[in-house]
Ligand binder design. Sequence first.
Ligand SMILES: CC(C)(COP(=O)(O)OP(=O)(O)OC[C@H]1O[C@@H](n2cnc3c(N)ncnc32)[C@H](O)[C@@H]1OP(=O)(O)O)[C@@H](O)C(=O)NCCC(=O)NCCSC(=O)/C=C/CCCCCCCCCCCCC(=O)O
Length: 719
Amino acid sequence: MAQYTRVSGSVGLITLQSPPVNALSAAMRQGIVDMMQRALSEPEVKSVVICGQNGIFCGGADIKEFGGQMSGPPLIPMIHAIEAASKPVVAAIEGIALGGGLELALGCHYRIAHSKARVGLPEVTLGLLPGAGGSQRLPRLIGVPAALDLITTGRHVTAAEALKFGLVDQITDHNTVNVAVKFAQRVADQPLDARRISTYPCLCPSDVAVLFEEVMQRVRRTARGAIAPIACVQAVRAAATLPYNQGMERERELMATLFTSGQARALQYFFFAQRAVGRWSMPSGARWDTSKPRPVHKAAVIGLGTMGRGITVALAQAGFSVVAVETQEKQLMEAKQAISGMLERGAKRRGVAPALDKINYGRNIQSVADVDLVIEAVFEDMALKKKVFQQLSAVCKPSTFLCSNTSGLDIDQLACQTRNPELVVGMHFFAPAHVMKLLEVVYGPKSSPLAVATAMQLGKKIGKVSVAVGNCRGFVGNRMLKPYLEQALFLLEEGATPEFVDQVLEEFGFAMGVFRMSDLSGLDVGWKVRMADGLAMPDPTTGQPTRLRQGRRYSPLGDLLCEQGRFGQKTGRGWYQYDKPGSQVAKPDPWLHSFLDEYRARHALVAHRIDHQEVLERCLYSMINEGFRILEDGIAAGPEDIDVIYVFGYSWPRHHGGPMFYAATVGLNKVLERLEHYYQAHPDVPSLQPCHLLRKLVASGRPPIQKWREVIKKVRSQL
Ligand SMILES: CC(C)(COP(=O)(O)OP(=O)(O)OC[C@H]1O[C@@H](n2cnc3c(N)ncnc32)[C@H](O)[C@@H]1OP(=O)(O)O)[C@@H](O)C(=O)NCCC(=O)NCCSC(=O)/C=C/CCCCCCCCCCCCC(=O)O
């Protein structure tokens, strides 16, 4: 775990050895304690260097240990002992020094970093704070404003930025360990008192109280109910206002609260879930580790509307050559201008040259003949998409992967239009496509593991978190959205207002409640789909909007709004009113309230008092129930896939882990019991009927979420 060698005669070199990231597990901490003792006890050794194996200093505490009983030497006394050492200790930082890894480096007397290294205190992203002295040492070293920024955002900084802050003493382009060893030799006789950060006064600007107030307000506004960012501010405030020892005590108290909170558990689960989705599998047994992707050098995008533009930008920014096709001259010119603007703004932000020359624009689909992969992004219309796929199949090389950016259409029907259906997959991007992290890679029954592996790898290369999912209406994300939206409408019919439903969901942590979100995305989008499905129509016998379709409850409220031209923000009216079309400031609309009253009266619906709990349970549990159905159907391989999709694509609050993790924390038996209760009250709403897998998990003794796959496997094998 930690290896000790003596180099250059007088330097004790401690190398952290625990791939992949040299995390500070109990064994690693024990190793460091032992090796430090050895270095300090050897009279020939005048100074010490701590480095990491394989070009990585340290990725911090071992997150896996947080879930169990902590054992081994604690981190805080270990770091204190390093700082108190009588011989200079130099951290040689290569690759990364994150979290506890940076806190370890802050306990050292000097820090030398490679120019390509990144450092940071990302504990806040795991629901924690830098609880091994980081919240107290960092402000003492780099000042309160910079420390607040790093600790509350968890962002990683480059070595150059770290040098500017004074966080590291030197950066090098050469072998960092060699440089650190020479440095350690040079400082071997230097006094250490001025190098112990815990003894420094905390560097505060004169208006520090105002600064804390401002940061606290910002954090509360953006945290959406997450508690760790607030605790981080409180911990830094302790550094600024208390002596070091008392500050450490405050850090410990705050850490204890966070450490045992459900939010930390959810965020740590989510850390591993994000990584788990990369290890995809298909019901056929094909898997990430047995399916090799084919390299993609040149790609094409067909259709340069909002989605196509974003996809083109994402590809070009990642260095792909792109053929961007739009058949209408005027639209092509507009798209070219918009894409250039997006690339220029993005390049300016990142301090690089815009990748304008990566894109060739054309009006003719023939121009994609030699590309390796095409992403079709035309209007969401099956007939149109089928036509495009027929054309692509005729024009492209036989080996070209043909992908559709669709939010829910049947991939199999598109694959059937082509010569090589095994090379067809869905790539469901989320708007704006160059910004949003999520990509659903959708495999149909004919999609080959090669096509899935290639689309997954492409997604990774363009910076997306890609999740492989099966083919069904709406895939995972939009399929689960349907019961959620449906419940929200039913709640309005029964007496709630859009403002109240949104308030409850936003208090839960969604960036936007369901109605504000619908106004933003445009009510006409769903209306068109419902019309195509034959739903958004008056009852043929009465001519009235009907509340029952195919024996199921149906709410025509959204359709009625659309019939009035209320499409949301873009028309200045929707579930809310806006000052003008395109405005984003939603205001309650008295017209809407009267409309709801009239609607209820017309349908003899008696409004009743709907409370916070009912809104949350009906909206979330119906969505979660659909999530269990998706698992049962094999559309998602595991709960992690669903959770990652919901956090990255649908603004599910990350500190609740995702809908499936949330169900596990609420208790599956409680979710089941409440669904049964609501289904009894609403037997014409099938999405409230608890699904078989949920019942099975409860009957199996509610195993932890990590064990659900075993039960899922059994349930699927019985189907
Ligand atoms: C940037 C990375 C490091 C690397 O990224 P990349 O190259 O893309 O690779 P990945 O795929 O992400 O990772 C590769 C595998 O490594 C695993 N991994 C990564 N980091 C860790 C880690 N820190 N621990 C465990 N495992 C890790 C990862 O999962 C991959 O494996 P797999 O594919 O999943 O199998 C990137 O990985 C990254 O960003 N890592 C996280 C960095 C991070 O966030 N570090 C901070 C960790 S938290 C920390 O350090 C906290 C320190 C303070 C602790 C103080 C403890 C005091 C306890 C007090 C408790 C008080 C309780 C009181 C209770 C009471 O009183 O009762």
